[in-house]
Design a protein around this ligand. Structure first.
Ligand code: ADP
Ligand code: ADP
Ligand code: MG
Length: 675
């Protein structure tokens, strides 16, 4: 076994690898970018080497520097994590040439599976079922079009070098094919430097079911069962579970053996995942009619590997380290057992209500449920951040992974909801409440899974409020009163916040705003206790709450009694912003100091970058007349492209950046003037 390894990654996966290494008594070396100088992964490793600037290209993809760092620190092996260099065959080769062990498959296997089209040609030979389609070398557009016509619409055009849900276009009709092909090729060349495509039949309501495989240097390959990753947005996974609901023993064996055949066909060693798209022509209730087709193989440890660890009781990073150091697989196929049910939720900095736009910012509050980190348990949180850290624009938007385990799927679901309710994140947009709503939809709760689950359940998922605004206001007031009492108890002689306890002053007013609506709250001290009344402020004022109010403080929460209903709330205040968490959800509002009321900023009409990132292209030129909603520019940030739309009709006066420029959050991209 190794004595020291270098971890060529960041964030949760770097911390996760370090945790297993530590348990096995292996020393760890971290690498870090400028932006990550104080990151958690640097802190948890024994040593750390700075490898460059902020962007991945300047740092985590600088493989010469990373290899030099391993040599300088005396590390014997490099763990690439996922993303970055993990599927780079040149890096794998360079490691062995430098006398270092690459903890992953041989470069030849990475290469064989690197391009989707070539891997499909290989799988076809190995007898693995494929989605009907075209994956030939000839890229003549006329031929591609006639192939699409032959396959039958809808079809999916995929960048052969694609990944992370990028470079895919669904084509519904033959007349749309050429435009979609061009746009797919453009994205493919920009993102992957390779515009080869393949065409697949677009499977309707499919499930994404993948098989975890593991090979050793002795030539043995086993499968560690399946994961269902059907719940996706933008073709990217959001919730992953194992085992796949409705999976039959026969199908599991068939898919497992197909995956092992795929791995053996390329001489696979280490952890890998064979992804299948699964058709369910008989609907959700007839799993025996499910048909599976090879989609691609990911030649690395997958983000969602913890669910497999949870149901098999294994540590897959330990397996990786043992296999890479030459040991045989820790278990044979017959020794591998599947018990219980596990679900992983990806906690992302993004705004589900705004098309999942990634967000950046500080984790002002980051409170986690009672959980273990990086090891199998009923509730597990894997992360690479701490409270106060920031999610920067340079890397992807994942904050953490929450993994739960139960004896049954229902038990796991219950645990997941409780754990999500205890996960309090303040400071940036995130998908925690969206995930809670998703797991409660009839589709998810009843395991009617397919990749269209989120759009199908959209009505319950987007733009939801957890409770009437009066509840948030009451919680905010309870928090304020409690803070005042705490301050008063501390004996601060300068505290004058005792108005409500001076019974003579029987009323106190508070102002709040939420979603551009102002609210006035009136707290009255009556003989039988406190009474709260909340009205909207404005022309036609409406009462939104009227009833008895009381609260009490517990160790870390507030017990709020509102109109005879008791609930536990956690309230966080920062400046004027108040965040309220309770069993039913999360809400935030702004407290307005009545003495400081100022006019709202007038609409400036500037066209600004919604986030820091790179300008990919302008779709208009100076002088163009544009209509409201028309695409003006494309930006790339956090591994995704974002189209900037015209907020109103007008004429483009000037483009203020050029394609390729890096821009800051809020930077004005172009000026738009009235016609
Ligand atoms: P999956 O199919 O498992 O969702 P992805 O292809 O989306 O995998 O990428 C896996 C992970 O690799 C991401 O979630 C991210 O953490 C990491 N990653 C990949 N590329 C980058 C990058 N350029 N910057 C930061 N992280 C990256
Ligand atoms: P990536 O490399 O980006 O992960 P994949 O080929 O694995 O690309 O596909 C990503 C997702 O796109 C799948 O999980 C699935 O939801 C969807 N998808 C891929 N191929 C098909 C298909 N032929 N029919 C329907 N959906 C598909
Ligand atoms: Mg994939």
């Amino acid at each position: 076994m190794f004595h020291k390894i270098l971890i060529a990654n960041r964030g949760e996966i770097a911390c996760r690898v370090a945790a297993t290494a530590r348990r096995l008594g292996i020393q760890t070396v971290a690498v870090y970018s400028d932006a990550d100088a104080k990151a958690k992964h640097v802190q948890v490793c024994d040593e750390a080497v700075h490898v460059g600037g902020n962007t991945p290209k300047e740092s985590y993809l600088q493989w010469q520097r990373i290899i030099a760092a391993a040599q300088a620190t005396g590390a014997e092996a490099i763990h690439p994590g996922y993303g970055f260099l993990s599927e780079n065959e040149d890096f794998a080769k360079a490691c062995s040439e430098a006398g270092l062990v690459f903890i992953g498959p041989p470069a030849s296997a990475i290469q064989a599976m690197g391009l989707k089209a070539e891997s499909k040609r290989l799988m076809e030979k190995a007898g693995v079922p494929l989605v009907p389609g075209y994956h030939g070398k000839d890229q003549d557009p006329v031929l591609l079009h006639s192939e699409a016509d032959r396959i039958g619409y809808p079809v999916l055009i995929k960048a052969s070098a694609g990944g992370g849900g990028k470079g895919m276009r669904i084509v519904e009709r033959s007349e749309d094919f050429s435009a979609a092909l061009q746009s797919c090729q453009r994205e493919a060349i920009n993102s992957f430097g390779d515009d080869n495509v393949l065409i697949e039949k677009y499977v309707q309501r499919p499930r994404h079911i993948e098989i975890q495989v593991f090979g050793d240097q002795q030539g043995d390959v086993v499968y560690l069962f399946e994961r269902d990753c059907s719940v996706q947005r933008r073709h990217q996974k959001v919730l992953e579970e194992a085992p796949a609901p409705g999976m039959t023993a026969a199908l599991r064996k068939q898919m497992g053996e197909a995956a092992v055949a795929a791995a053996k066909a390329v001489g696979y060693v280490g952890a890998g995942t064979v992804e299948f798209i699964v058709e369910q022509p008989g609907g959700y209730d007839k799993p025996e009619e499910m048909r599976f087709y090879f989609m691609e193989m990911n030649t690395r440890l997958q983000v969602e590997h913890p669910v497999t660890e949870a149901i098999t009781g294994t540590d897959l990073v330990e397996w990786q380290l043992r296999v890479a150091s030459g040991e045989p697989l820790p278990k044979t196929q017959a020794q591998l057992q599947l018990t219980g049910h596990a679900i992983e939720a990806r906690i992302n900095a993004e705004n589900p209500d705004n098309d999942f736009l990634p967000a950046t910012g500080h984790l002002r509050i980051y409170r986690k449920p009672q959980a273990s980190a990086f090891e199998v348990s009923d509730v597990r949180v894997d992360d690479g951040v701490r409270e106060g850290d920031s999610i920067s624009p340079y890397y992807d938007s994942m904050i953490a992974k929450l993994i739960v385990r139960g004896n049954t799927r229902d038990e796991a679901l219950q645990r997941l909801d409780e754990a999500l309710a205890q996960l309090h994140i303040v400071g940036l947009a995130n998908n925690v409440q969206f995930l809670r709503r998703t797991i409660k939809t009839p589709s998810f709760a009843q395991a009617k899974l397919d990749t269209a689950l989120i759009p199908r359940e959209a009505e319950q998922l987007f733009n939801q409020t957890p409770w009437p605004v009066g509840f948030s206001i009451a919680a905010a007031i309870a928090h304020t009163l409690n803070q005042e009492q705490v301050t008063a108890k501390d004996g601060d002689p300068f505290s004058h916040h005792d108005a409500w306890r001076a019974w003579g002053a029987a009323k106190r007013f508070f102002l709040f705003t939420k979603d551009d609506q102002k609210y006035i709250a009136q707290l009255s001290y009556l003989a039988d206790g406190l009474h709260l009344r909340v009205d909207t402020q404005g022309k036609s004022a409406q009462q939104v709450f009227d009833g008895p109010f009381s609260y009490s403080a517990t160790a870390d929460a507030l017990q709020l009694n509102l109109a005879e209903h008791a609930s536990q709330v956690h309230v966080y205040r920062s400046g004027q912003t108040i965040d309220v968490f309770a069993a039913a959800g999360h809400d935030s509002l702004v407290s307005v100091d009545p003495l400081l009321q100022s006019d709202e900023h007038a609409e400036s009409g500037r066209l600004t970058a919604p986030m820091p990132g790179k300008v990919v292209a302008f779709t208009v030129q100076a002088g163009d007349a544009v209509k409201k909603g028309q695409a003006l520019a494309v930006m790339e940030a956090m591994k995704m492209e974002h189209t900037i739309l015209a907020p109103k009709d007008g004429v483009v006066a000037e483009l203020l950046f050029a394609p390729g420029d890096q821009v800051m959050d809020g930077a004005e991209l172009l000026s738009l003037v009235a016609e």
